[in-house]
Design a protein around this ligand. Structure first.
Ligand code: SAM
Length: 275
């Protein structure tokens, strides 16, 4: 019987955020696959655990992944950790999960720290619907195309960014979404210098023209404002008819459709009674 791959989220800055279940899973694993073994060793030392570590990262995943899979198929338990946060979310892991799933190996994801969700929850922006964008593409042309496509995105958007790229990225976001779009810049979450700046893209560009970006950032950007599509009087009248056929009173249907479409109530009422 094959073993299990455990996805173990690790703290994004505060070692106290490792959960008891994550620590127990690390302790019970036969081996740990780590993005950077030196980083994970610090966590294991903090937990007073000694475990065999193998390296699994962006540049060796093609060779390391099949080796890990072989051990899992032989019945071993592997815990996958990355440098910080949730494995497979904008860091290595996605490919290993797919490899295991395709080979019929059980993958068990533990809940825990994730920079994107931590930032979204503190952003004070709409959280009901959001789009996780991770890192923008490295190539300028691809970044431009990606942002072009996001211009009319109405959901709150979450971006990861490194400090040395922050100013350029803010300039590109500003060009795509305009200076008035609200943004929450979530820096060094859970760390000593945690800072949440709730600004507009214009305000953020001005702020970082004066201040050096430092530390790790998640940018949470408000979605585009909903645009009411232009609806003709005839289309609006049809919506009223549909509503009345479901039993809604004409007066209430006219009121509702007028509010939803922006078509004037009087004109709509006149169109309906003229039938
Ligand atoms: N898988 C991780 C997660 O979802 O939490 C993210 C890994 S990704 C390689 C690293 C990026 O996450 C950083 O460049 C930064 O954008 C964000 N990040 C990680 N820790 C952070 C922190 N403490 N504060 C703000 N952003 C952080």
């Amino acid at each position: 019987m094959s073993g299990t791959l455990y996805l173990v989220p690790t703290p994004i800055g505060n070692l106290g955020d490792i959960s008891r279940r994550c620590a127990e899973t690390l302790a019970a694993a036969d081996f740990i696959a780590a993005e950077d073994t030196r980083v994970s060793l610090k966590l294991l030392n903090h937990l007073e655990l000694k475990k065999p570590l193998v390296s699994y990262h962006e540049h060796n995943k093609k060779e390391s992944g099949p080796r890990i899979l072989e051990r899992l198929l032989a019945g071993e338990r592997c815990a996958l950790v990355t440098d910080a946060g949730c494995p497979a979310i904008s860091d290595p892991g996605e490919d290993l999960v797919r490899l295991c799933a395709q080979a019929g190996v059980t993958v068990c994801a533990l809940p825990g720290p994730c920079a994107a969700i931590t930032a979204l929850s503190v952003s004070a922006l709409a959280t009901g619907r959001f789009a996780f964008e991770g890192f923008l593409p490295a190539q300028k042309k691809e970044r431009k195309t990606r942002l072009e496509r996001l211009k009319s995105e109405e959901r709150t958007m979450i971006f990861y960014e490194a400090p040395h790229r922050l100013r350029d990225t803010l300039a590109e976001l500003l060009a795509a979404f305009g200076p008035d779009r609200p943004v929450s810049l979530c820096r060094e979450l859970t760390k000593l210098h945690e800072e949440i700046l709730r600004l507009t893209l214009g305000g953020a560009a001005e702020y970082y023209a004066e201040n050096e970006p430092r530390g790790e950032y998640v940018l949470v950007v408000a979605g585009a404002e909903q645009t009411i599509e232009a609806v003709s009087l005839e289309q609006a009248a049809e919506l009223v008819r549909e509503l009345t056929q479901t039993g809604v009173r004409t007066k209430d249907a006219v009121k509702q459709v007028a509010e939803e479409t922006g078509v004037a109530k009087n004109a709509l009422y006149a169109a309906i009674v003229a039938e």
